[in-house]
Design a protein around this ligand. Sequence first.
Ligand code: NAD
Length: 368
Amino acid sequence: MSYRVTLIPGDGIGPEVTAAARRVADATGVSIEWEVVDAGEKAIERDGSPLPSGVLESIRHNHLALKGPITTPIGSGFRSVNVALRQQLDLYASVRPARAIAGEGTRFPETDLVVVREATEGLYSGVEHWVDRDHTAAETVNVITRKASDRIVRFAFEYARREHRHHVTAVHKANIMKTTGGLFQTAFREMAAKYPDIPADERLIDNMCMQLAKKPEEYDVIVTTNLFGDILSDLCAGLAGGLGVAPGALYGENLAVFEPVHGSAPKYAGQDKADPVAEILCVELLLRHVGETEAADRVFRAVWETIAEKKVVTYDLALPGYTPHPVPASSCSAMAKEIARKVPLVDPHSPLPRPSGAGHGGDPHLEA
Ligand code: NAD
């Protein structure tokens, strides 16, 4: 089977980390034809728009995209390409696995959870206005619909089933936002009843933050609304080892776009210094999505072994402050080369190094 994938190199460190990811993807032997298109700064220079229509057409046609980070221009009048992409392609599910890899760069080596965030409505609907002429009061609209809530909670249960996850936790604030939070809560409860094989429970957002800071290993799939998901997924990326190792995926109907959690880190652009792992793990997610499970397992195992060996790792995984045993930092391309070298050598059939204790739910007695 051959796949055609839209590749958006992006801005800042984007071209370096996407080149790294492509190198590792090619090492799997899976036949991928890359259709390279520009969005962001290069596209503004050439086409006068950060998101030319050709980018959307390419993703709609190929159904799959690997994306580098894109800088949001400040004060230029262009809105975020990332938000525009999500809205125009109706990429409603933002999925961010937070897996501690080889216990490096984290105080929580058993973290292995996934945040599923509704990405089209909630407090990011962009409906805001001033209440008075003097601009002393402002309001924003929190749009929650039954349709979008059903869609995201169904996605979370289906994802849990497909990925052999064990438990789904809904996060909301229905005790205070009784109408909007309550609507999401009702959608979750009714959907949970249709998946009796998957244990489900709920947490209030404030309690969830406390629980995650204490024992993230007790959570598995977390499903929530837009703003809470945005915040929780960064928190969980930090718990699992930081931005350098945090991949993400955006799913719509028949479309999937894979991109790291991190941004374009302009201060490291062109220095061959950035950690390529987040973008490489986006390739792993892409391969898993299309059913190339063995290739996906190889990529994950090669990343894991490279980080565990700590001979060829970038600065964020090498330096004091990030690790108790500092080593010299390698370049982005050297780390990618090492991971790609390992891909055909690792044993994809040995069980993935999934930490024990993951996914059996939190302690309900600690609810706030
Ligand atoms: P950022 O993630 O780009 O960088 C924050 C810091 O994290 C960096 O200075 C660096 O120290 C570290 N970092 C990030 N990625 C790393 C990597 N791969 N390896 C090692 N260290 C890494 O966040 P920012 O500075 O807030 O944003 C920069 C630009 O990126 C902004 O224009 C922002 O809008 C954009 N952005 C884009 C996306 C996206 O395209 N999906 C996501 C977030 C931010």
